[in-house]
Write a protein of this length. Sequence first.
Length: 159
Amino acid sequence: MKTWIMMRHGKSSWTYPVSDQDRPLSERGINDAHRMGVFLSTKELKVDAAFTSPAIRAAHTALIVTKELALPMHKLSISPNLYDFGGDDVLEFIHCLPDTYETVITFGHNDACTRLACKLAGFEGTNIPTAGIVFFRFDVSLWSSIHYGEAKYYTPKMH
C-alpha cells in the first residue's frame, strides 16, 4: 500500500513585485498551512519523505506543515519537478520514488493538484483550494504502478 499526501501550497500574496517562483505566502496562507499541519499531525502518519516545489510559497507551506508533523528536516527535499502546473511532471516524479517509501507528502501547485486528483481518484470538483490536501491510497507495492486509487479530500475550511 502506498500513501501519497498531495498538498497545494497556501494562499500566496500578490503584494510584492516578484517573479512567480518568489511569491510568498499571505497571512491567510501561513495560518492555513499551520491549520492543515495540525490536522495532519492528528492522523499519526509515518511519513518517509516530503518533497516541495522550489517556489517560495510551496516551500514555506512545506516548512510549516513538516514542523507541525515533527518531521526531521533531512526528510524534506526540493524538487524542480514539483514546480508543475499540468501534473505530468509531478506524476513522473511520484512514479520514480524509491519503493522503500510507503508514505510521502508533496507540496505543489494548481492546476496540477486538481488534474491529478481527477485522473488518479475521480475527483469531480472544479478546484483543489489553496492549502487543500488530497490523501491518496494506492493498493500497489511499487510507486511506478500507481494509476488509480482511493482519495479523501481536506480543506482549511473543514478544520
